[in-house]
Ligand binder design. Sequence first.
Ligand code: PHE
Length: 453
Amino acid sequence: MATIQTSGRGTWNSKLGFILAAAGSAVGLGNIWGYPTQVADNGGAAFILVYLICCFLIGLPVMIAELTIGRHTRKNPVGAFKKLDKSGFGAIIGYWGVLCGVMILSFYLVVSGWTLAYVFEEIFKFAGNTGLAGFFGDLTNGPKNAIFTIVFMLFTVGIINGGVSNGIERATKILMPFLLLILILMAAYVMTLEGSAEGVRRYLLPDFSLISLDLTLSALGQAFFSLSLGMGALITYGSYLKKNQNIVESAVLVTVFDIFIALIAGLLIIPAMYVALNQGIQIFGDDGSLLSSATLVFTVLPELFQNIGGYFGLFISVSFFLLLGLAALTSAISLLEVPVAYVIDEHNVSRKKASLLVGAVVLFFGIIISFDIGLIDVFVAIFNEIGLPLGGLMTCLFLTWIWKTGNAIAEIENGFPGAANSRRLKVWAFFISYICPVLIGIVFVTTILNMIR
Ligand code: PHE
């Protein structure tokens, strides 16, 4: 397939190709693993409401900002901020993004490796008769964990190596429809099982008295993580955009699609938890709170699938972990692309060398984590909960005070004729300059205060 290239860097071959790649970045463990358990933990539909507000009022404007910076500069995050701010100060935001990319990917890979391990375990029963609960303990406690982390990394590096349109775009174009299909079929199937109605009720009936500061913090962090914001993933993906693509429309599509997948994943996981409860499987810990999300997804659900039994149970189980693995893969690709694009652009290294080099650095941390999975919580706290909102906040401030929203709107005008006079874009500029930084700032400061308290 011929690749049309402008300026020697890769570009997306088609508009849909970009949207699927960006949606592939957004839809990941955050949707299928993170979101449902956050909803269940935070009192159901009240969380959904706050989450939707965070996605539309903060996430969407920041996504438009990142894509615009990327397309305008045609660079990785470090190069992009350098280009827009000659003082070099702005580059700090880019370096922060590259660091977050490496660190988030290193634990993301470990969890992604588990999905692979379960597909193998289910098909080949290589763990013998430890039972699935025993399997998780065994898997996460030693070299097996490292091996699956490495294997998953090899897949990710392999795709990145293929480049923008022949690697990332092609892989996500095949994987995303497949993922959507598995997800919808599985949610529909779970609905037919006894006990699921109780789960649906808990998921969708709101209790607004549960809305609290803590809940808002979780919702904002979840929105940044799920929409892949705050670390330059979408600056990088935006840098491969052609000028005739409408950035605003694309961002709306990606945001809506990401939310849609999360909502459906909630309709799969939460009812499945209550089906499990109905079958006598424990989903609450001794203190009455839900078990950790890792336990729910990697021991409760497999136990439920095992109860279904036979080849059908096997089929359901393999489908589920395949779904999780595919979603994780298309996100891991975008996490890796940020540091890889940085090394290619700024240090003039070939794509192949850059992906091997960055891959090795990420694996170094990934292997450390796979020997001590308690570190995952530490990495999440530093790089997700603080790192991403901080990156988003700095991006808003940079756009407002250094690059200026008027310049951004001029860039958006490519592919969006009339952008300069569009009321929607005036609202966007107002959000980027005032609403987003103030809201993120409040949440960010309170998170830090909560952490040191
Ligand atoms: N959005 C991905 C998910 O939900 C994770 C991710 C975060 C990917 C940041 C890229 C950048 O799993």
